[in-house]
Design a protein around this ligand. Structure first.
Ligand SMILES: Cc1cc2nc3c(=O)[nH]c(=O)nc-3n(C[C@H](O)[C@H](O)[C@H](O)COP(=O)(O)OP(=O)(O)OC[C@H]3O[C@@H](n4cnc5c(N)ncnc54)[C@H](O)[C@@H]3O)c2cc1C
Length: 406
């Protein structure tokens, strides 16, 4: 086992950190979080030039053909740069994790129309699974598609979708799951199909973006589909197999969320250390007091453990795609462990750091409260809440007879 990064990985990591230090310093992150969406497009365009959006897309499809481990290092740097996680959510979890999966299953027509421009940061591609009836129970969705000749006619509603406003402004579209037939009673995940739906499709009506607690530079919204007609060439993968394709997309997105959350924790601890070394109470720096120093040390230990778990998971993910030596279900357990652990740790680190700063930690003078608001989105729901990750881990440990949803 070799824990060294290759020269190429070191170079990519350094160039991403350097690019963000110049283009997205914390002051700009604060400005963007205060002003709100839509996301400024110079950032995805710059990332597109660096070749790090959808870096894992094969070279023959216009990507960089990076391995998942390297993409994980990039996601970590993006979390470090923007601890509100707006940038990582938009361009790693959504555009890259889901974008890679979209590219894998889409037709050449969709690739030319959406993937290639999204690789350059010119368009936005995202994922729309969640419905008003709920997001965790992916098999319970109500939206439908009916075949009409060479076309499909989609009806239904999607909510809490990242990037709807950006997609409207820049162009692009969504991976959308719908029912293409009644599922058998004992297998509600069957007869679901995934499609690429352009945001400007006739009959697609976006809602006003929601007012979220955090990661405010990126919009969250919803849309209704009323008789939206799309050609069969927009179908993603086989008819009726959408559930499995969607689980693969979740795996790819969740891995990058784990990595970016490790980057957020790193930034919180670095900024927190600066503060507690300088701030004095009772004549001594805060960093000297065990009540504070030991909290820092405990968080640091947890961060390094989580980073190692994340790197191992990325390595397994590479094996899954490169030689099949890990099966999707082997990797899914690890992915769920880091999707649960890494954002939770970042939230805890932000919470502790806010306490170290006292009143200053509660104000917008420092980055901690915006990091706290941002990573909370990954704990409560985005790409699956914490309990859903526990259900995946429990299923792999105890076997499918013990899942709560059967
Ligand atoms: C900022 C943000 C961005 C998002 N972006 C997108 C996006 O781009 N695309 C998209 O499709 N969705 C998106 N979502 C929605 C997200 O996928 C859902 O929030 C998530 O799937 C949970 O669904 P829900 O919110 O409807 O909660 P519910 O499914 O109603 O669940 C509510 C709570 O109960 C827990 N729970 C559910 N079932 C069980 C169980 N069996 N046992 C124990 N606990 C359980 C859940 O973990 C959750 O905490 C986003 C959410 C957020 C917050």
């Amino acid at each position: 086992m070799d824990f060294q990064l290759t020269e190429e990985q070191k170079l990519i990591k350094e160039s991403v950190r350097d690019w963000f230090a110049r283009n997205l310093p914390l002051e700009r992150v604060r400005e963007m979080d205060t002003k709100g969406h839509p996301y400024p497009q110079d950032i995805p365009k710059g990332l597109g030039e660096l070749g790090v959006i959808m870096g894992t897309v094969p070279k023959e499809h216009g990507g960089q053909g990076l391995d998942w481990f390297t993409q994980t290092l990039i996601a970590e740097e993006i979390g470090y740069a923007d601890p509100t996680i707006a940038c990582a959510a938009a361009f790693m979890a959504v555009a890259t994790g889901w974008g890679y999966t979209l590219d894998k299953y889409c037709s050449e027509e969709v690739r030319e129309m959406a993937i290639k421009p999204a690789l350059k940061g010119e368009k936005f591609v995202g994922i729309a699974t969640t419905e008003p009836g709920g997001g965790s129970d992916v098999a319970a969705f109500k939206s439908t598609a009916e075949k009409d000749g060479d076309e499909w006619v989609l009806n239904g509603e999607k909510t809490f979708i990242s990037g709807v406003e950006e997609a409207r402004e820049w162009g692009g579209g969504y991976w959308v799951n719908v029912r293409t037939g009644e599922p058998p009673e004992d297998a509600p995940h069957k007869n679901m199909t995934s499609f690429f739906v352009p945001i400007d499709a006739e009959g697609l009506e976006p809602d006003k973006p929601y007012r979220d607690a955090g990661r405010n530079a990126l919009s969250t919204g919803g849309f209704r589909m009323e008789n939206v007609r799309i050609p069969d060439s927009y179908r993603l993968g086989e008819e009726g197999k959408g559930f499995y394709r969607t689980m693969e997309g979740f795996d790819n997105a969740r891995l990058l969320i784990g990595a970016s959350s490790v980057g957020v924790t790193q930034r919180i601890l670095e900024e927190g250390m600066k503060y507690i070394k300088e701030r004095k109470t009772f004549g001594k720096p805060l960093a000297k007091y065990e009540g504070i120093q030991f909290e820092l040390v405990e968080l640091y230990r947890e961060m390094e453990a989580t980073r190692l778990m994340t790197y191992k998971t990325a390595w397994m993910q590479d094996k899954r795609y490169q030689d099949g030596s890990f099966k999707p279900k082997d990797v899914a357990k690890w992915i769920s462990m880091i999707k649960w652990k890494a954002p939770h740790l970042a939230l805890e680190a932000a919470n502790k750091a806010m306490h170290w700063l006292g009143a200053a930690g509660y104000s917008d003078e420092y980055m901690f409260e915006m990091a706290w608001r941002g990573v909370m989105s990954y704990c409560v729901g985005a790409e699956g809440g914490e309990n859903i990750q526990k259900i995946v881990i429990g299923r792999e440990l105890l076997g499918p007879d013990y899942v709560p949803y059967k």
